[in-house]
Ligand binder design. Structure first.
Ligand code: ATP
Length: 310
């Protein structure tokens, strides 16, 4: 759990605060995406949580403890940190990079080796192929995965990520976002992820906090942000197609009528999004499709009206 209470950060005593009386709560085991224009204070918020930056005033509580009273080195051992371009140690191999924090913590070598292999597998890399390479011999996407593996190495309860996938090309980024979501489903962490990308925020965030001028304008679930944007700033930020984006948050199985197998002329998987279902209906000029399960067996129907009613 992370809680900020009336936190202000002024880099310059005479200037405007970069973070302005901010109160924010990230519930245990959830992911909050922090999004907003350049200079709105996102990175400052993130770095105050692991004490790379000290607030000018206010209180930050991590796992029930006020962090001003926790030794920063001890605090950071409980907080994984992933940044853009990763910051891997160039003179260490992949496995040595991942092992850095466990070694600091005095783990024995057998346990470290086992953990390194497990993490490489978790982030979708082949240990036999990659463990002994140096960072400069990896692709950008591979480096980013190693960055995530390294942050998870000592199993910290909290993960802070500053535009972790920003430097990766859009196709690889989509894939790595999906994989990261999958990883989070297995390892329960409290995560704050800073991003410029609304699609990334919608995909990864259990909640999204939109920042402007050092303040949070709205902090809600993706569904509420898309359905009830707090003001025109939020509306502009989420884009004109926000009604359609909302349909990406739900799957067919959540809206379909189970057991009702009519004579629809097309089928769709129950795991497809409502956006995909509606696209199919529009393309085929029909108002219902048959829903199938993983074995392609028809299990029900979904109608255009049910989608539009959501
Ligand atoms: N070390 C510093 N000294 C002085 N001002 C700073 C410092 N770091 C950040 N700022 C200022 O604080 C404000 C917020 O910066 P911050 O990096 O937190 O924003 P951001 O939302 O993360 O931006 P971006 O999306 O561009 O990374 C900006 O006006 C920035 O110029």
């Amino acid at each position: 759990m992370i809680r900020l209470e009336h936190v202000t950060k002024k880099y310059d005593q005479r200037g405007r605060p970069s973070v302005d009386d901010l109160t924010l709560h990230v519930a245990e085991g959830t992911t909050m995406a922090l999004i907003g224009p350049s200079g709105s204070g996102k990175t400052t918020v993130l770095r105050m949580i692991n004490r790379l930056i000290e607030p000018s005033s206010g209180v930050i509580i991590v796992d029930g403890k006020e962090i001003a009273n926790v030794d920063p080195v001890i605090l950071r051992r409980h907080i994984g940190y992933v940044i853009q371009n990763v910051g891997l140690f160039p003179h260490l191999t992949v496995d040595e990079n991942i092992a850095a924090v466990p070694r600091l913590l005095g783990w024995d070598e057998g346990k470290i080796r086992q953990r390194t292999e497990e993490l490489l597998h978790l982030v979708g890399l082949d240990a036999a192929q990659i463990a002994r390479r140096y960072p400069k011999h990896l692709s950008g996407g591979q480096r980013q995965r190693i960055g995530v593996a390294r942050a998870l190495a000592a199993d910290p309860p909290i993960l802070l990520m500053d535009e972790p996938f920003g430097a990766i090309d859009p196709i690889a980024r989509g894939r790595i976002q999906n994989e990261f979501k999958e990883i989070l489903a297995h390892v329960r962490k409290t995560v704050v992820i800073v991003t410029h990308d609304i699609d990334e925020a919608l995909k990864l965030g259990d909640t999204i906090a939109l920042m402007r001028d050092g303040q949070v304008i709205q902090h809600d679930t993706p569904n509420v942000i898309l359905q009830q944007p707090a003001d025109t700033f939020v509306t502009d930020f989420i884009g004109a197609d926000h009604a359609l984006r909302r349909l990406e948050l739900f799957t067919v199985s959540e809206v379909m009528m189970l057991g009702e197998i009519g004579n629809a002329i097309a089928t769709i998987s129950r795991d497809a999004t409502l956006h995909q279902a509606l696209s199919k209906m529009i393309a085929l000029k029909i108002d219902r499709v048959m829903v199938t399960d993983a074995s392609h067996v028809a299990i029900g129907t979904i109608t255009r009206d049910a989608i539009l009613a959501i």
